[in-house]
Structure formats: structure tokens, C-alpha cells
Design a protein around this ligand. Structure first.
Ligand code: PHE
Length: 475
């Protein structure tokens, strides 16, 4: 594996980087807000079932494909079967689409973290105290949105340009443990607030009512969330798998990544839900603005200590966001690096990390400028896709953020997972995965379980999810 495309320095480094990829805005922004909108406990339950029956099989499959071929997705799929090279391309397009909004959110989070830092010292010129207007004014300020997005992108490009072991692994080795500690501090602070209990009841109290009223709705929210949160159905895990050394245990690593990711999502919920219960009268349904508008209100209601908690909270969101966005940028960068290595040229990692960052920055501009869905009608600089195309959309917000999200998380990720598991189940056969996993000398466990997942559960489950998505978007 030691060649000039790079490799992780140690298995711990790999795990922390893969967990870093998985743990991100999906966990801390997406999970609590989707849970808040989809019935709390019911959502959690469906999510856990999906993580076990779909997430695990897809994770093991992707790690195995990556390590077996030692290549990033395009080359990996081409090597497995020429006819499926398009899957590889899709696995590179998805991270591109995700970054077109992820970078923007990352920039916003950074802005919030720094605002709270200055507020701690009483230099509050950035307006975190204007809780009612801050978020609304910020998202309509195109210049600010572009500025923070650009800063966030520069940091990402810098780390990815530094390489797999030197940049990504190094960052995650410090960042991930720090994130965990900060999560704990904020969880404990929230837990001792009067009224917090209702938040835990919402999350953990047995209540299946929401499944009776809107099963498909909860299913597709949880499925999209699961793929996005575990970084599955696209190129990230295949790419990281390609850097994994042959002596390491694939199945065990997959379980560790899933458990850590789920744990962090639940921990984030254990901050946001009780905080909303204690400080916002149980207003869990803040939607995508929950992380920003609602949480800002929460920190405001805490008084001065809210500045410190706010700083800790947004800093941990920042670490989570950047360790994920760097894995997305890595997929795109390694696509070119592998091409160069195959053609006997210099890898050119630095150059391609920068070129990719610049191109994505351009595609981030609409996301920065439409006021996150406010559109021309509400004073944004440019129109939303709905305004531009003059269509009446019902099931989604149809701002640029949701447009990129719908294509990637909504359609291509379940599609990618569906085709991949179908191929493993019926064409390449489970033996391919088993063989690759056993290269390390560890026995493959749960053959029947995995076989049923690849053959039936995942492809059929994903067909359902796609159907529900298409209904929402176009129905
Ligand atoms: N899993 C990341 C998150 O939860 C996002 C991500 C998706 C990263 C796909 C890489 C690949 O925020």
C-alpha cells in the first residue's frame, strides 16, 4: 500500500479520520432538527434500525471495495466492472454537490463560534445579543456569507493539500477527542437546567404515533439522514478504505465508526432537545434554523454563561463540520491524484486540492446569495431555483441549499447504495467482501446476515426510499 497516493499512519488515525468524516453537521445540525420535526423517539427508532440493517452492510461493502482496489471510487468501480464506472463518477459528483452547501454552513458555524468568543470578552460588536434579528440579517447579507464561506474553504484546501497522514489524520487525532469532551461539557450543563427532562422524554419516551400518521415521511427523513451522517452511498468511505492497511479488521472498524457516529448524533440531540425544552418551551420544530436561530435563543436565555456555552458549542460544530468537509474534498482531490499516479505523473495533490476548492467556491455562490430560501421576494441578492424556474414546489424548500441537498442526499446517495449492494448481493457476490475482509486474518462474522442485507433488505429498502423521495420532490 505504500505508494505515492498516500496512506493513513495508523489504524487509530484511520478510525478517527473516518469518524471525523461521519461526525459532522449531519449529526449536530441535521439529526436534532429532523428528529424535532419527525416525532422524536419514532425517528430515533427508525434511524437505529436503518443503521443496523442498512448502514452496517453498506459501510463494510464500501470499505472492502476501497481497500480491495486500493483506489478512489472511479478507478475502483472501473476495476470491479467497466460497466459500473458511472457509479464511480456519481461517487465523485455527490461530494461535489454536498460541498456546494456544506462549505456555506461551515462558514456560518465559524462565524457563530467567533461571535461568541468575542462576546465572552464583552467585545460584542458582532451582534450575538440581537437574538431576534441576527440570523435573519446574517443570511441576507450576501457579502458576509461569501466571506465566511471563503475562509472556511481556504482552511479545508490547506488541510487536504497537506495530505492524508500529514493533514487529515493529524487534524482528526486532536479534533475528535476535543469534540467529545466539549459535547460532554455542554450536555452536563444543559442536563442540570430546570425543565430539561421534557427534552429527554421527547427523545427517549416510547411513542410510535408519528409512524402511524406518516410512516413514509419518517422513513425517508431517517434514511437520508443515515446515509448523510454515515458518509455512505458515495465516495468518502471507499476512498478512506483505499488508504486502510491490509492488516486491519474491516468489520470491526465499520462497527466502531457506526457506533461513534450514532453516539455523537444522540449526544447532539441530548444537547438540543433538552435545551429547547428548558429554554424555548419545548419548541423542537425549528427546522433547518434550529442549530442557528433556536440555539442562539437558547444561549441568550442562559445569560452570560450562554456566551461560553455558545462558544464551546459552535466550536465543536466547527470541528465536526471541517473534519467532514475535508473528507468530501479529499474524494474529489484523490480522483485526480489517482488518475495522475496511474498515468505515471506526479500526484499533484496540492494543485488539485486548490483547483477543486476554487470551482466549488463558485458553485457555493448561489447558496450564499439566495438568503437560504428568502429569495428575491424577501430581499436576497438572487432568486431561489423555484423563483428562477418559476415552479411551485411543495415537498421541499427549493432554495439552492435544498436543491444541492435533494440531488445528493435525496436521490444519488440512496441510488448509489442501492446499486452497490445489489451488485454485491447478486453479481460480485458476498465472497468478494468476505475475501477482502479476511485478508487481515480475521474471520468474517454474520455471513447470512450480510448476505440478506445485500440481496434484499438494502436494495428493497432503498427502492422504497427513492420512491418516497421522488414523490416528495415531483409529486
Ligand atoms: N457525514 C457527514 C455529516 O454528517 C457529511 C458527509 C457526507 C461527509 C458524505 C462525507 C460524505 O455531516
Amino acid at each position: 500500500m505504500e505508494n505515492n497516493r498516500g496512506t493513513f499512519g495508523s489504524n487509530l488515525g484511520f478510525i478517527l479520520a473516518a469518524v471525523g468524516s461521519a461526525v459532522g453537521l449531519g449529526n449536530i445540525w441535521g439529526f436534532p432538527y429532523k428528529m424535532g420535526l419527525n416525532g422524536g423517539f419514532a425517528f430515533l427508532l427508525v434511524y437505529l434500525v436503518l443503521a443496523i440493517f442498512v448502514g452496517l452492510a453498506v459501510m463494510v461493502g464500501e470499505l472492502a471495495i476501497g481497500r480491495k482496489t486500493g483506489m478512489s471510487p472511479v478507478a475502483a468501480y472501473r476495476k470491479l466492472s467497466k460497466k459500473f464506472t458511472w457509479m464511480g463518477y456519481m461517487a465523485v459528483i455527490v461530494p461535489f454537490l454536498i460541498l456546494c452547501f456544506y462549505f456555506v454552513l461551515g462558514g456560518m458555524v465559524m462565524r457563530y463560534a467567533l461571535s461568541y468568543l468575542t462576546a465572552i470578552f464583552g467585545w460584542n460588536t458582532w451582534g450575538v445579543e440581537d437574538v431576534t434579528t441576527f440570523f435573519g440579517t446574517f443570511i441576507l447579507n450576501g457579502g458576509q456569507m461569501i466571506l465566511w464561506t471563503a475562509i472556511f474553504i481556504v482552511i479545508n484546501a490547506f488541510i487536504v493539500a497537506a495530505g492524508v497522514a500529514g493533514g487529515i489524520e493529524k487534524f482528526c487525532k486532536i479534533g475528535m477527542p476535543a469534540l467529545f469532551v466539549m459535547l460532554l461539557v455542554v450536555i452536563i450543563y444543559v442536563a442540570v437546567q430546570p425543565g430539561a427532562m421534557d427534552g429527554y422524554k421527547f427523545m427517549f419516551g416510547w411513542n410510535l404515533e408519528p409512524l402511524k400518521t406518516d410512516f413514509l415521511g419518517v422513513l425517508k427523513a431517517a434514511a437520508g439522514q443515515m446515509f448523510f451522517s454515515l458518509s455512505l452511498g458515495m465516495g468518502a468511505i471507499i476512498t478512506y478504505g483505499s488508504y486502510l492497511q491490509k492488516k486491519e479488521n474491516v468489520q470491526k472498524n465499520a462497527v466502531i465508526i457506526i457506533v461513534c457516529d450514532t453516539l455523537v448524533a444522540i449526544m447532539a440531540g441530548m444537547i438540543v432537545m433538552p435545551a429547547c425544552a428548558a429554554f424555548l418551551d419545548g419548541a423542537y420544530g425549528g427546522g433547518p434554523g434550529l442549530l442557528f436561530a433556536s440555539m442562539q435563543q437558547v444561549f441568550h436565555n442562559m445569560g452570560y454563561i450562554g456566551n461560553i456555552m455558545g462558544f464551546l458549542f459552535y466550536t465543536l460544530v466547527f470541528i465536526a463540520a471541517i473534519s467532514s468537509s475535508m473528507s468530501l474534498l479529499e474524494v474529489i482531490t484523490s480522483f485526480k491524484v489517482d488518475q495522475n499516479v496511474a498515468e505515471g505523473k506526479a500526484p499533484g495533490r496540492k494543485k488539485y486540492a486548490i483547483i477543486a476548492a476554487v470551482i466549488i467556491f463558485i458553485f457555493c455562490l448561489p447558496t450564499c446569495l439566495d438568503g437560504l430560501g428568502n429569495g428575491l421576494a424577501n430581499g436576497a441578492a438572487i432568486g431561489t431555483p423555484a423563483e428562477i424556474l418559476n415552479i411551485d414546489v411543495k415537498g421541499w424548500n427549493c432554495d439552492w441549499l435544498d436543491f444541492y441537498d435533494m440531488l445528493s442526499e435525496g436521490i444519488m446517495m440512496p441510488l448509489g447504495a442501492m446499486v452497490m449492494t445489489f451488485m454485491i448481493g447478486w453479481i460480485w457476490k458476498l465472497d468478494m467482501v468476505v475475501e477482502e475482509c479476511e485478508v487481515s486474518g480475521h474471520k468474517f462474522w454474520g455471513k447470512t446476515f450480510f448476505d440478506i442485507c445485500y440481496k434484499f433488505i438494502t436494495p428493497i429498502g432503498m427502492a422504497f426510499v427513492l420512491y418516497a423521495q421522488v414523490l416528495t420532490f415531483f409529486g
